[in-house]
Design a protein around this ligand. Structure first.
Ligand code: DOR
Ligand code: ZN
Ligand code: ZN
Length: 425
């Protein structure tokens, strides 16, 4: 099977090159990258005016399968990922039951494998039932192929228990994906703790809720030598602490989500739970610190924290609705519109933060466009404009604050193992 992706601009973070070329793929492997190739391919994708980038890798997705399949399944999540240009996603463990043993890990991996859509990697919960009391069987989950440990959805509040988990993460050479939130400090907060929110009558979540655990986890990474990856950073002090930790040589990486670098609490139009997520939308100063951190490569990764909920669950107002918004199908366009088009990131940095760096952190031989490597690719048009319409999503989730937003940057085709699994009609 020969696939030819013609006339695109190939973005390869491995050697930092941007070249107009055809990409020839044979049996799932990139065979040749060179201009004007004359071959009789079985399938041709016209990439004129597009970037041909390493397929995006989302390190932070909630698939709700097993247990809450009315919100999302492995299949609908994978289709949403493909629609968004992602070729690999990491599923967080807060399913029902939690992904805290090899059976749940195998269930998700087998389901994904049978679908032959995007690569789905299930992260393993740190503690049994995510109760924070007893470590899960980490060795068995490593054998089942988890790419990382994570307690996402919450924080392991017992620092000693978390330190033991980090020691095992070192032993098995996998990263720890950390959701940083001191559960004792939340106190029923639903939005950022600031003046506007107080005026609206909502209980607040202060920056310190995140910052104290970021500080703790960095110190535990220093203590254990574990590779700590900080999920969905939202505060300016998180960015400062990450910068300091990196200067000290501590193994820490960090992600920011499109909603946190695009919106702030001032943008919440009223009692609309599509603006409710955890951590919450912070102040403009926090948002700007995240943009600066992305620009200066203090923040390594853009991840979505894709968190589907039903319209009924989200329709009950900010106070009562669950935290979370979907993100797989808007992340690339938001990144292009808000960061690349505004000159904050280069297209190369976008490829690094959405693919190359996640691959390095997860230890995957992905995130590049190179001869001899697996053809996980996205054809992305940087100029095509459109309005975000949640009814176009493949996800079961419609819960986005970006409905109606005009964006620039369209996923034209997504290719996994050399197979075109999504192409825009
Ligand atoms: O907004 C969020 N949604 N934050 C989390 O930590 C969990 C996630 C979810 O699972 O819905
Ligand atoms: Zn989280
Ligand atoms: Zn999450």
């Amino acid at each position: 099977m020969l696939l030819l992706i013609q006339k695109g601009t190939v973005i390869n973070p491995a050697d930092q090159t941007e070249t107009v070329a055809d990409v020839l793929v044979e049996d799932g492997i990139i065979k040749k990258i060179a201009p004007k190739q004359k071959v009789k391919a079985d399938r041709v994708v016209d990439a004129t005016g597009c970037y041909v980038m390493p397929g995006f890798i989302d390190m932070h997705v909630h698939l709700r399968d097993p247990g809450q399949e009315h919100k999302e399944t492995v299949e609908t999540g994978a289709r949403a990922a493909a629609h968004g240009g992602f070729t690999t996603i990491v599923a967080m463990p807060n399913t029902k039951p939690a992904a805290d043993n090899e059976d749940v890990i195998n269930y998700v991996h087998n389901k994904a494998r049978d679908m032959r859509l995007v690569h789905v990697l299930q992260a393993g919960a740190v503690t049994k039932g995510q109760r924070g009391e007893e470590l899960s069987d980490i060795e068995a989950m490593v054998e089942a192929g988890i790419p990382a440990l994570s307690e996402d959805g919450k924080t392991v509040m017992n620092a000693q228990l978390y330190r033991e988990a980090m020691t095992l993460a070192v032993k098995y050479d996998i990263p720890m994906l950390a959701h940083c939130e001191d559960s004792n400090m939340v106190k029923g907060g639903v939005v950022n703790a600031d003046k506007t929110m107080k005026k609206m009558g909502f209980a607040g979540i202060s920056n310190a809720v995140e910052d104290v655990i970021v500080a703790r986890d960095i110190m535990l990474a220093k203590d254990t030598g574990a590779a700590l990856h900080l999920c969905h950073c939202s505060t300016k002090d998180s960015v400062r602490m990450i910068e300091l930790a990196k200067q000290e040589g501590i193994r820490v990486t960090a992600e920011a989500c499109p909603h946190h670098f695009t919106l702030c609490s001032d943008d919440i139009p009223g009692d609309d739970a599509n603006y409710k997520m955890n951590p919450p939308l912070r102040t403009k100063a926090d948002m700007e610190a995240l943009r600066e951190g992305l620009k200066n490569d203090i923040i390594d990764v853009i991840a979505t924290d894709h968190a589907p909920h039903t319209p009924i669950e989200k329709g009950v107002g900010i106070k009562k609705a669950p935290f979370g918004i979907v993100g797989l199908e808007t992340a690339a366009a938001i990144t292009m519109t808000e960061l690349v088009d505004k000159g904050i990131l280069t297209i190369m940095q976008m490829a690094e933060k959405m693919s190359y760096n996640p691959a390095r952190i997860l230890g995957l031989d992905k995130g590049t466009v190179e001869e001899g490597k697996t053809a996980d690719l996205v054809v992305f048009h940087p100029e095509k404009e459109y309005v975000i319409e949640p009814n176009d999503f493949k996800s079961k989730g419609r819960n986005t604050p970006f409905a109606g937003k005009k964006v620039k940057g369209m996923v034209m085709a997504t290719i996994v193992d050399g197979r075109v699994i999504y192409e825009r009609a």
